[in-house]
Design a protein around this ligand. Sequence first.
Ligand code: AMP
Length: 414
Amino acid sequence: MKFSDLKLLPQILEALHEKGYREPTPVQEQTIPAVMAGRDVLSLAQTGTGKTAAFALPILHILGKSTPPKGIKVLVLAPTRELAIQIYDNFSAYGKSLPFRMALIYGGVGQRNQEQELRRHPAIVIATPGRLIDLYNQGHLRLGEVDVLVLDECDRMLDMGFARDLNKILGLLPKKRQTLLFSATMPADIRTMAEKHMSDPVRVQIVADENNLPKIRQRMYYVNRDQRQHLLLDVLEKEPAEQALIFTRTKRGADRLSKVLTKEGHPAQAIHGDKSQNQREKALQSFKAHSLKILVATDLASRGIDVKELDLVINFDMPADGETYVHRIGRTGRAGREGVSVSFRGYDDGDVEKELIKKYGEELEIIRKHKFLQDGVLLAPDPALAAKNRQGSRKPAPSAPSRNAAGRKASFRK
Ligand code: AMP
């Protein structure tokens, strides 16, 4: 199928051509005609499938065909500011030749500019729920003319505690409207929400198909805490990656690691919830522009990171569960490109390993013995327990590689 078969406006087709999209992805093929026909859509689609364009394109098409509206016609809600910014960027790129405005609303920054944007009669508002409600309560916007509501990454919005805000917003919207709900998982609370607030939705489920699954080569190394940095430097040396996204569990861990990497000749920056919005955006922009090679992030800040051609994701700390793992590694291998994920499995990560083996089987390569864990024995982090374990067969941990930073830098392709 071609985009032109979907009968999108020529201005939109032109923008897609410029972006280099050759054909619609499966979620787009299924969603675009349903939205254009005015139907509600309930979509179970993983990240990286092209779901943003699946809702943005038909919305822009419908708005572009009618006379420029005065009120807010489309409201898109997203869990985090990073994702909201990304959706806004997508709408702006696809709709750049269309004659209506869009506004981007999110918290953590001053609201003056957003108030101004709202006064300019945007037809489309892309927002995180909390700030939208603040601005609504202060009388800066009305929602009585919304024709289309999009809930993106709905499971994540509920996980992040936005259920009350969402219910409030749903109560402010006209009952007669089109609702498009996108979610990576479909837990009971989302099914209930869909039944209550949607009318006979078209269900779009992207089934596991070799061609649209992200192609990600997954490796998991057993490694003790004190050897993780050495292993990381080794991986960065050996992987022919242009850029890497590294996940840590804590904000402090992200800061610490980015400093160590920079010192070792791999300039890196950290993004997490304690950084100012400005710092987060700057780091993200440089990463997207490929001028920053390594970004170290916590899970929350990672939401919405969509970097073309990101080829390497590293779980420096294992995620707490399989779902977070899927989300993290889904930052690479996007839109059919091949990616690599490398995870560091420590003493306490047995449960998540089991979950991943069940999910991925042989697709996940597990490396128990290597240069930095020659006997394959993981040690308990508790010093007393660790000492006890050491009495067994364990040899001393191999020492750190002695090559200098310049040597390391050379093989991490710039
Ligand atoms: P999403 O799942 O919306 O985050 O999109 C994942 C990535 O796929 C983004 O970088 C999009 O720009 C890209 N993308 C979306 N649709 C297409 C398409 N039809 N062809 C090529 N790339 C696409």
